[in-house]
Write a protein that binds this ligand. Structure first.
Ligand SMILES: [Zn+2]
Length: 73
């Protein structure tokens, strides 16, 4: 019976130490910050849009196909 109490004590100490060391390491690393995407300016309305979402036409970027058509009839 004494052995069992000792074992429980060891487990408790182990868990406390584990918790303590986890706290030392600080909070778990969060998700990586989003990679700064290259922003481009819509030639029609001037809004900044990510280059991957922008429409490129005749050397100019647009926020959408509608603005491309309005700007370049
Ligand atoms: Zn626009």
């Amino acid at each position: 019976m004494r052995f069992l109490i000792l074992l429980v004590g060891i487990v408790i100490i182990y868990l406390l130490l584990k918790k303590y060391f986890r706290n030392l390491q600080g909070p778990a690393p969060t998700a990586k910050p989003p990679i700064a995407e290259n922003m481009v300016r819509c030639a029609h309305c001037g809004v900044n849009v990510p280059q991957t979402e922008a429409i490129f036409s005749r050397g100019e970027y647009f926020c959408g196909d509608e603005h491309r058509q309005l700007h370049q009839p």
